[in-house]
Design a protein around this ligand. Structure first.
Ligand code: GRF
Length: 198
């Protein structure tokens, strides 16, 4: 008897790639079952995550924006995803807004992780926003990506308490540890339940 088909995950990064590594590890150790990280794509040629993907035997591709419109750039990425028969796209520190064409091509199958309890503190520097506003707690959220900025349907979120002496760095580090677990749980849940539909 054969089990469920293996789902093919693509992870898009721009930098360090610690969430990408967390997802790859969760696939390897079975916390994300029936899945494979088929490709990592970076829009930055010097993203540290590229080497970490290759060390794990994952194809790592650079598709830079340089000289192209957002639409042209995204078309190239979508074409790379299609040629590898990708089922699910995970944004992990990918620092670009996706075009409508990209979102439509994978609607309900694109996830993002954000370091706050959305809808609080969307956009850049979420941890700094939380500190500046004197929030008692913050956290992280995994959500589906739609045309809104960090505003798509929420899959999972988890709170992280503030400490009196927190800095952006200390808070970011504590949230990051939680991100790594939460993202894997959210991906496993989405793969088990199927893509999001309106
Ligand atoms: C994470 O804090 C993530 O929530 C945000 O960007 C950061 C990426 O870190 N979207 P990494 O590249 O996964 O280490």
């Amino acid at each position: 008897m054969s089990g469920p088909a293996t789902k093919r995950i693509a992870i898009l990064i721009s930098g360090r790639g610690s969430n990408m590594v967390a997802l790859a590890d969760a696939v390897s150790d079975g916390r994300i079952p029936y899945a494979e990280v088929a490709i990592v794509i970076s829009d930055q040629h010097d993203a540290a995550g590229l080497g970490k993907a290759r060390e794990r035997g994952i194809e790592a591709l650079v598709i830079e924006r340089a000289g192209r419109t957002r639409e042209q750039h995204d078309r190239e990425i979508v074409s790379a995803l299609r040629s590898r028969q990708i089922d699910l796209v995970c944004l992990a520190g990918y620092m670009r807004i996706l075009s409508a064409e990209f979102i439509n091509a994978y609607r309900g199958r694109i996830l993002n992780i954000h370091p706050s309890l959305l809808p609080a503190f969307p956009g850049l520097h979420a941890q700094q926003q939380a500190l500046e506003q004197g929030a008692k707690s913050s956290g992280c959220t995994v959500h589906f990506v739609d045309e809104t900025l960090d505003g798509g349907p929420i899959i999972l979120q988890r709170e992280v308490a503030m400490q009196d002496d927190d800095t952006v760095d200390s808070l970011s580090a504590r949230i990051l540890v939680v991100e790594h677990k939460l993202y894997a749980e959210a991906v496993a849940r989405v793969l088990a339940e199927g893509p999001h539909s309106e």
